[in-house]
Every structure is written in structure tokens, then in C-alpha cells.
Design a protein around this ligand. Structure first.
Ligand SMILES: [Zn+2]
Length: 655
């Protein structure tokens, strides 16, 4: 009983955190199940869609359903059983239409009361304006046989492919039927494939024009942003009984080899956090225009081919995405101001997995240090902004109201969130914190939560797992930092350096270069070639921090010594290329043309945005014009923002 009183007091002191980035009336009526039916016309870049919803009423009287939509054509809404057509209209704020979309209002024609369950259907059409979707022409694919389609719904982009309650607060089961007109095209979705036309068709089609029908279902509740589709000449190759790789044929053997240990990575994480409950784990290596490193769609992780380096050094992205199976996909943030509830926890679990992969904590700490450097640089930039919205991006609780939630994404929720959990672990011990996380998952399984929920849970947990004296001391220690860590826009209240031998090796070498005479290599410079990829990243991050001390002669010597401009590891390339522009080493005689080629071959925002940011406005505009058609709509939006404002902040990827 005492625990409840404590929890109640704390909860009321924080207040309720609702999602301000949805136009839906999700607190009055909740989607329980969604079934979609899509006819893909990839050559015309058009999808005819139907969606059927099962809603449950959670208010005393309900007369309307409000859904999120973005740039789609609504045809009609109706009750499926009686076929009764319903009145609907779109409420649109011109300032918001292209930012967060519009509100679709459906008048139900009757009142529903608390607890009622009813179904609705909507018929609609989407096309190239759907910002979640990348429609690729045949020429843009590897196999050059058929068009290609892939989605990216996080954060609020699912509303551009399905009218729905587009909020991570609402979780529902879903199923899908996808019809294709080209027999070469395979389809995968973030659910299990279902055979034998389990779901009857909702619409009538001229079946002469239908080549294949695919069906999927997911019986675990997920938020809208985890719905995903890939369609093209893609195929699947197993890497174990429960893991597989999906891609176009051209490179699938290379991908399969690089990701042959997927099952081992799942086991690393299970060892720490408990059973993997989603059954299969599949990873799609998408075309290089995929704007992120990875996206944790359940049963269908998406990844950028830049994670395939040839030496398995990029697999930490796969481990990160697997870690989302627990943090993000099982317990989900309840709005995008709490994204660290997904990403901070996920990075924490990822690094527990990396400890098993690397075998030494030092190498894990190198990753933490690279992340900390990026975080510190961003905190400095955001915190110096005079715009309170941009300033809030330095905290773990960014302001997202009236904005596209994507704008607030950066490495901050990942690293600042990770650091908070790392600190909390140090306060209550590794073993106790591991148990706390397992219990957090169990208590919040398939639900959404925020920082208040975590705080309340943690305090109650600590009270029941320590003596009263210990509890009071720990609580005081946590209370000193918790709200500052989350809401302050300055550096976290405790400085964590993650200094260790492996990182000192990298930063010492960088220092030696910075203090070497122009044209001379420092003693022992060859050690760089023995570094792990993350040490090399740290070396370059350190150089970037102090780039004003670097001259072009030293840059040339670095390039010659380590063959940096022609490296195969994109994690190193983008840092080196950015540094090359910052130090003015990049010219047509050195590596400027290679950088130009790089931004035309890869669309991962983490890797191209810093380059666009470093370029002068004219060059950035020219290069962007050359590659605009190749980039995903989200990358386009982000680069256009960079060019328009040449602002000091950059969207860093969602891993
Ligand atoms: Zn992530």
C-alpha cells in the first residue's frame, strides 16, 4: 500500500504526458486491430488502399472518429457489415498540412458508449506524396528487373500510407493483403506471412491484372510507426533456423555472409534481458538510399547497405535493431518527446550485447566515447540556440508540438539516455539494474510509457529491493540528477568520460598527428591499421573536434598514410570527408570528386547530412540537385532544411 501512495504522489507531481503530435481522438477511442488491403501499381507509383479498423470506445459518448492523414486521397468511409456510407471531411490547417498532416473526421451517424466495439472501413489512394514511401524506378535498383518500394514510418509518417491513430500511445494488432501486378515482385511486411488467402478481399479487382497476392499478420500489438513494407525483386536467405537476410539478388550472398552470426547476436541479448518473443528475426538490406542505418520494424528490420563493410565491423547496427525487440517494440515511448524511452534503453542493451561481441569492456567504452563526443557537440549547438524549440532538442524531452517530430531526432536521446541509465546502473549495481530492467519489461510488456512511468517504477522497485536506509540514500542520489538529466538543456549533471586504454590509444595518436610537423608522420603512426573500426571513428571524431589545428599538408599525409579517401568503411569515410571539407583539404585535386560520388551513392542521413552541412551553400545545392531523385523523401526534407537555413544543427540518424 505504501508503495502505491509513493507512486501516486510522484505521478501527480509530474502530470500526464499526452501525445501532441497526433490529430486523432485516441484518448476517446482506441484502434484494436487494423487490416489493410493494398493494390500496388509500382510503375505508376500509385497504391489503392482500403483499411478496416476495429475500435473500442473509451469515453462516455462517442460520435466521431478523428484520424491522422498526410497528403492522401480519401474516397469514402463506411460500415463494412451494413455497407452504410458515412459522412467525412478533412480538417486542415495550412500551416500544418505539410508538417504533420491533416485531421480526417468521420461522423459515425450514431453515438457509441464506453466499452462499445465497432468496425469501420476507409477506401483511399496514395502516391508519391506519401512521405513514408520510397518508390524506386527499375533503373534505381540493383537487379534492374522491376520497380522497388520501401517504407519508413517512424516517427509520424505512417499517416501518409494509412489513415490511422498515428501515435506510439496506441498499440494494435494488424494484418494485410497486398496485391501485385508484376509476378517478379515479392513483398515482405513487418508481420508473419500467411498462406492460402486467409483474409477475404475487401474490394473487387479485375483479377486478370493481378499477378500475386501476399498476406501477413502480426498478433502482437504494435504502434503505427512499426508497420513496414518492402516490395521488389527481393529474396530471402536463412542464416539460422530463426534468422534470415532479405535483399535483391545481386549482393545477397555477401550480405548473408556478413550477417551469418545474427542468431548469436539475438542470444547475446537474450543472455542479458530474457527470451526473444517475436519468433523470427529478419533483416532487409535495402537500397543505399534508405535514410537510416537501421529501422527496427518487428520481424523485418530494415538496414542500409553501408553496415556491410566486409569485416563485420558494421554489425553493431544489427545488434542495436535486435535490442529494439525489447526496448521500443515491447515497451514503447508514449510520445516522441520521450523517444529516449526507446533509444536510450536500446543503446544500453546494445552495448551489453557488444560486450559479448568484443569480449572487452574497453572496446564498448570506445563506442560510448564516440557517442558522447557527438552528443556533447550537439548539446553545445542546440543549447546555444535562441529558439526554445531547438534548444529543447539538447534535453531528453524535446518540444515536438506543432512540429514534425522528426525535427527533434538526433543522437541526444540515444547517448544522453544511455548515459542516464549507465549512471543509474552505477548507483544500484550491475546485477540489481539488470533485474530492474527485466521487471520493467515484464510490467510494461506491449504497452507505452514515459519518463514518469520509469521513475515511478524504479523508485518502487528500489524500495522493495533495498533496506529502508539504502533506499533513502539511493533515492536522494537519483532525485539529485533525474529531472536535470531529462529536462535540462545543458550537459548531463554527471560527466561520464568512458576513458580507457583503447580510447586513449586512439586519442593519443590523434594528438600526435595534431602536434606533428607538417608533412611528417608521428612515430608509431602505423598502429592505426591495427585499430578496430570504432577506435578509428574516435580518432577521426577527435580530429573533427580540433579541425582548426589541422593544415592541408597534414591532411594529405594522413590520407597517404591510411588511405582514408578510398576506405571501404562508410563510418570512416563520412567523418573523413566532412573533415576534408572543414579543413579545406577537399579540392578537385584531392578527394572532392570522391565526396561528390559518395553523397550520390548513399542516402543515410547520418553520413550525408554532416557533409551537406560542411559544404558552402552553392555546392550543397548543386550536389543536392544532382541526387534529389535518389534520396528518400525524409532525407530530401532534411537536406533541404540544411541548405535553406545552413543551420547549426543536423538530423542525426535514427538507428
Ligand atoms: Zn534505435
Amino acid at each position: 500500500m505504501k508503495f502505491y501512495i509513493i507512486a501516486f504522489l510522484i505521478f501527480t507531481s509530474f502530470g500526464v504526458d499526452i501525445d501532441k503530435n497526433t490529430f486523432s481522438n485516441y484518448r476517446e477511442v482506441k484502434m484494436q486491430h487494423l487490416h489493410i488491403e493494398w493494390l500496388l501499381n509500382l510503375r505508376s507509383k500509385i497504391i489503392d488502399g482500403s483499411a478496416e479498423y476495429t475500435f473500442k470506445v473509451t469515453t462516455a459518448e462517442l460520435k466521431e472518429v478523428h484520424l491522422d492523414i498526410y497528403q492522401m486521397e480519401i474516397k469514402y468511409a463506411y460500415y463494412p457489415n451494413v455497407g452504410k456510407v458515412l459522412d467525412w471531411h478533412v480538417e486542415s490547417d495550412p500551416k500544418q498540412s505539410l508538417v504533420q498532416g491533416d485531421k480526417l473526421i468521420i461522423k459515425l451517424g450514431q453515438s457509441y458508449k464506453y466499452g462499445d466495439i465497432f468496425q469501420l472501413r476507409i477506401k483511399y489512394q496514395i502516391g508519391e506524396a506519401a512521405r513514408a514511401l520510397s518508390f524506386m524506378s527499375i533503373e534505381q535498383t540493383d537487379d534492374k528487373k522491376a520497380p522497388y518500394l520501401f517504407s519508413q514510418c517512424e516517427a509520424n509518417n505512417c499517416r501518409s500510407m494509412i489513415p490511422l491513430q498515428d501515435t506510439p500511445s496506441i498499440k494494435f494488432t494488424y494484418s494485410a493483403t497486398v496485391l501485385t501486378q508484376d509476378s517478379q515482385i515479392n513483398v515482405f511486411m513487418s508481420g508473419l506471412p500467411v498462406k492460402n488467402n486467409k483474409f477475404a478481399l475487401m474490394e473487387q479487382y479485375n483479377m486478370n491484372g493481378i499477378a500475386k497476392i501476399f498476406q501477413f499478420e502480426l498478433n502482437i500489438k504494435i504502434p503505427a510507426y512499426l508497420i513496414a513494407i518492402v516490395a521488389g525483386t527481393v529474396q530471402e536467405k536463412a542464416t539460422s533456423q530463426r534468422t534470415s537476410v532479405i535483399s535483391e539478388a545481386k549482393n545477397i550472398d555477401i550480405y548473408q555472409k556478413e550477417l551469418e552470426d545474427l542468431d548469436k547476436y539475438v542470444k547475446y541479448l537474450e543472455d542479458y534481458i530474457g527470451e526473444y518473443k517475436w519468433g523470427f528475426y529478419k533483416i532487409v538490406i535495402l537500397p543505399a538510399s534508405f535514410p537510416f542505418g537501421g529501422m527496427e520494424n518487428p520481424l523485418l528490420t530494415f538496414a542500409n547497405p553501408s553496415i556491410i563493410v566486409g569485416d563485420k565491423s558494421g554489425v553493431s547496427v544489427a545488434i542495436h535493431e535486435i535490442a529494439h525487440s525489447w526496448f521500443g517494440n515491447t515497451v514503447t515511448c508514449n510520445n516522441w518527446s520521450n523517444m529516449w524511452i526507446n533509444e536510450g534503453f536500446c543503446v544500453f542493451l546494445e552495448r551489453k550485447g557488444l560486450l559479448q561481441l568484443f569480449g572487452e569492456i574497453d572496446y564498448v567504452y570506445v563506442n560510448s566515447q564516440v557517442g558522447t563526443k557527438e552528443m556533447n557537440a550537439l548539446i553545445k549547438e542546440f543549447n546555444s540556440s535562441t529558439d526554445p524549440v531547438v534548444k529543447s532538442y539538447a534535453s531528453l524531452h524535446p518540444i515536438t508540438e506543432d512540429h514534425n517530430a522528426d525535427d527533434s531526432f538526433s543522437t541526444i536521446p540515444y547517448e544522453r539516455g544511455y548515459q542516464l541509465l549507465f549512471y543509474l546502473e552505477s548507483v544500484i549495481s550491475e546485477i540489481k539494474f539488470q533485474q530492474l530492467l527485466k521487471d520493467w519489461l515484464r510490467q510494461n510488456e506491449y504497452q507505452s510509457a514515459d519518463e514518469n512511468d520509469f521513475y515511478n517504477f524504479m523508485i518502487v522497485w528500489i524500495k522493495s529491493n533495498f533496506t529502508i536506509e539504502q533506499f533513502l540514500a539511493i533515492k536522494q542520489q537519483i532525485d539529485t540528477v533525474y529531472t536535470k538529466w531529462i529536462y535540462d538543456t545543458g550537459s548531463p549533471p554527471v560527466k561520464l568520460g568512458f576513458i580507457n586504454d583503447a580510447s586513449i590509444q586512439a586519442t593519443d595518436l590523434a594528438e600526435d598527428w595534431l602536434s606533428s610537423r607538417p608533412g611528417e608522420q608521428p612515430q608509431g603512426f602505423e598502429i592505426f591499421n591495427q585499430f578496430k573500426s570504432n577506435q578509428k571513428q574516435l580518432f577521426l571524431s577527435y580530429m573533427q573536434e580540433k579541425y582548426t589545428n589541422l593544415n592541408t599538408i597534414t591532411m594529405k599525409q594522413l590520407d597517404l598514410s591510411y588511405n582514408l579517401s578510398d576506405n571501404k568503411d562508410a563510418e570512416l569515410l563520412f567523418r573523413w570527408y566532412t573533415l576534408s571539407i572543414q579543413t579545406k583539404y577537399a579540392t578537385t585535386n584531392t578527394n572532392l570528386n570522391k565526396i561528390r560520388t559518395f553523397v550520390g551513392k548513399i542516402g543515410r542521413m547520418k553520413m550525408i547530412n554532416p557533409i551537406y552541412k560542411a559544404l558552402d551553400k552553392n555546392t550543397a545545392q548543386t550536389w543536392y540537385n544532382e541526387n534529389k531523385n535518389f534520396y528518400h523523401p525524409l532525407a530530401r526534407q532534411s537536406i533541404e532544411n540544411i541548405i535553406k537555413s545552413k543551420s547549426q544543427y543536423v538530423n542525426v540518424e535514427l538507428l
